[in-house]
Design a protein around this ligand. Sequence first.
Ligand SMILES: [Cu+2]
Length: 152
Amino acid sequence: MKKLIFIKLFLLGLLTSAFAGEMSISDGWIKAKRGQMTGAFLNIKNNTGFDDTLIGVKTKFAKRSEIHTVKIDSESNAKMMKIKSISIPDNKTIKLQQGGNHLMFMGLKENIVSGQKYNVTLIFKNHGKVDVMLTAKKSHKANNKKDYNYYD
Ligand SMILES: [Cu+2]
């Protein structure tokens, strides 16, 4: 009986260590683009056990990398704005998506080609750096002003 309990605790320990302490990134992609700038989108699930904050982003393929949000102005035009950080509470999933918070890359040093993978480093206040590979995809065309092709 004691042995059984021990095994259970051991397995629980393994499970905890496999899932704790991670920022798990899913559904990440970058918009395939020729030109000066592009955006990237992903989900961040905070499994670290602590509240955290996304405070920056870095990559080698762009001169500047920023965190952006989107505001709708009085004429229903979507405008992008740079923000300093995004709160990532413990045990929550925060979505960076088109039309909302996103990553922005400016001064592209190369074309972002559909199907290729691009390395991006997310910087968290507590958790530090997390490298992610984002596959480039073409986005759907916007069909109204509130949509997201405002930076094309
Ligand atoms: Cu932007």
